[in-house]
Design a protein around this ligand. Structure first.
Ligand SMILES: Nc1ncnc2c1ncn2[C@@H]1O[C@H](COP(=O)(O)OP(=O)(O)OP(=O)(O)O)[C@@H](O)[C@H]1O
Ligand SMILES: [Mg+2]
Length: 491
């Protein structure tokens, strides 16, 4: 859990990392313990096995050596089968996640409505059973291989054991050994079989677990590497953010072939309100990820207070930024936690939480005179109160404003709000903009009109920056956005 929290956003935006996390978190609870047990058990079985083997060797060295052939052969075969089994299990994690996701879709409220109405459950169940059938087929194949080798090796073992017993009896007959030794030798032979089985099974477990542990250590190393780079590089810290400058910034997502942002040059200062507008996919949210310090530019420079992000301790900066994400979280927790999760280390009082709720007019949470901060939100847990889309957005906004930051960025903050709530939000935000760095992303030019500067984005580029009236005069693209909004009003 600690390692996952130390990962970067880029890690979470790649599906391979999900596969690794899934596998490692699933098995890491018991695997190290299993490995430890298997090592102890192998050591004790090896000692007993050597004693039996030594005893048989004192009677006949060659027979003792031949008795080792089957265990060694079994070991080689089962390690190979174990490797195949491990690879199959490991490669499954992506598909296993799909199966998990299908169950999640079929059993949660957010998706149930749509699935029920569109009658799509049978299709999803079919997808699920196809995955499970493939797994069962793979498991049966491995089980068949194991059973076949077990039978073959069992037959060979019985033949060798029978020959050995005949040889022991012959030795008694010709007087090479005493009759009493016959019983001890047969007992040693039986123990040798038992212990070699134990050793093989445990080595199989050790091998399989060690393949897993290698992956686990690779995963844990990620954290070490992240920590070490923090230790060795001397980063500047930052206290109050007053200015953000982007110079020739380009950005491309790790697995993407094209640049999500190209040649971005902007300056954003404290005390002004900035709006970012543009069509879907123009790069607004990507720019937000950079401005909030979650990503660094792929090329070009980003400065906070004239300090380049390449020399900056981004954690310090992130502590000074508060963001309402486009896909904000609806925490199935209490009202209090929903607000304070942006700033869990602050000593703010309940009164301060209530003040924020009042500023955004959350009267729907005040059926009596006061807020019940322990009210459970959502419907996953007992006595939860489910909220409307806009009400959830208001809660997320309260969380954003609850954090004491220098920079506030809101991604489509009004997407679910009614006109009254929108008006109240902007009143609050404009007031905040006098003393902070404030930005918001919107498709709504009407909302953007109030900004001190509007950044117009198109296909990953900033095509103009200015005030509403200036842009209307000189930027045809902005005018087009504005006109299309008016058209929407008419329709
Ligand atoms: N995690 C990601 N990995 C790869 N490409 C991404 C990722 N997120 C976004 N993109 C791509 O980057 C481009 C810009 O996306 P972005 O989310 O910044 O657009 P946007 O302007 O916020 O759009 P919208 O108005 O729909 O929210 C898109 O082409 C998108 O496909
Ligand atoms: Mg977006």
């Amino acid at each position: 859990m600690q390692v996952t929290s130390s990962l970067e956003l880029s890690d979470y935006e790649q599906s391979d990392m999900y596969n690794l996390i899934e596998k490692v978190t699933q098995d890491s609870n018991y695997k190290p313990f299993q490995l430890f047990n298997a090592i102890i058990s192998t050591m004790s079985a090896l000692i007993s096995l050597s004693t039996s083997l030594f005893f048989i060797g004192t009677w006949n060295m060659y027979v003792a050596l031949i008795l080792l052939v089957i265990p060694l052969l079994s070991l080689t075969i089962f390690l190979r089968v174990g490797q195949i089994e491990f690879l199959i299990q490991w490669q499954r994690s992506g598909t296993e996640r799909t199966a998990w996701y299908l169950i999640y879709l079929l059993t949660h409220d957010f998706s149930f409505k749509e699935i029920k109405l569109n009658n799509s459950s049978s299709y999803l169940i079919h997808m699920f059973s196809k995955i499970k059938k493939k797994f069962i087929y793979q498991d049966i194949n491995i089980a068949k291989k194991k059973a076949w080798f077990n039978t073959l090796l069992g037959v060979m073992l019985n033949v060798i054991n029978s020959i050995t017993i005949v040889l022991i009896i012959l030795s008694v007959k010709v007087g090479e050994i005493m009759f009493g030794n016959l019983v001890s030798l047969i007992q040693a032979l039986s123990k040798l079989n038992d212990y070699s089985q134990t050793v093989i099974q445990n080595i199989y477990v050790i091998y399989n677990t060690s393949l897993f542990m290698t992956q686990l250590f690779n995963f844990l190393n990620k954290k070490d590497i992240a920590n070490k780079s923090n230790e060795t590089e001397k980063f500047s810290s930052i206290e109050n953010v007053n200015k953000i400058v982007l110079k020739n910034v380009m950005f491309n997502y790790p697995n993407s072939e094209f640049n999500a942002l190209n040649d971005i040059n902007i300056t954003i200062e404290r005390g002004s309100l900035t709006a970012i507008v543009g069509k879907n996919g123009s790069g607004k949210t990507t720019l937000l990820k950079l401005l909030s310090g979650l990503y660094k530019p792929s090329s070009g420079e980003m400065y906070f207070n004239n300090v380049s992000t390449s020399n900056l301790n981004m954690k310090d900066y992130q502590n000074r930024v508060s963001v309402l994400f486009q896909d904000f979280v609806k925490y199935e927790l209490t009202l209090k936690d929903n607000v304070r999760l942006s700033s869990v280390h602050s000593n703010n009082t309940d009164q301060q939480i209530k003040m924020i709720l009042d500023s955004l007019n959350m009267s729907f949470l005040k059926p009596k005179d006061d807020y019940d901060l322990d009210l459970q939100l959502g419907n996953w847990f007992n006595d939860g109160q489910q909220l409307s889309g806009g009400q959830w957005q208001k809660i997320a906004l309260s969380r954003t404003f609850y954090k004491n930051a220098d920079v506030y960025i809101l991604d489509e903050p009004n997407s679910a709000l009614d006109p009254t709530a929108e008006k109240e939000l902007f009143k609050y935000f404009v007031k905040l903009s006098k003393s902070k760095i404030t930005m918001f992303i919107s498709h709504n030019i009407k909302a953007a009109q109030r900004a001190d500067q509007i950044i117009v984005m198109k296909e990953g580029q900033v095509i103009d920056v200015g005030k509403h009236t200036e842009l209307l005069q000189r930027c045809p693209y902005y005018k087009e956005l504005f006109e299309s909004e008016k058209y929407q009003d008419v329709v």
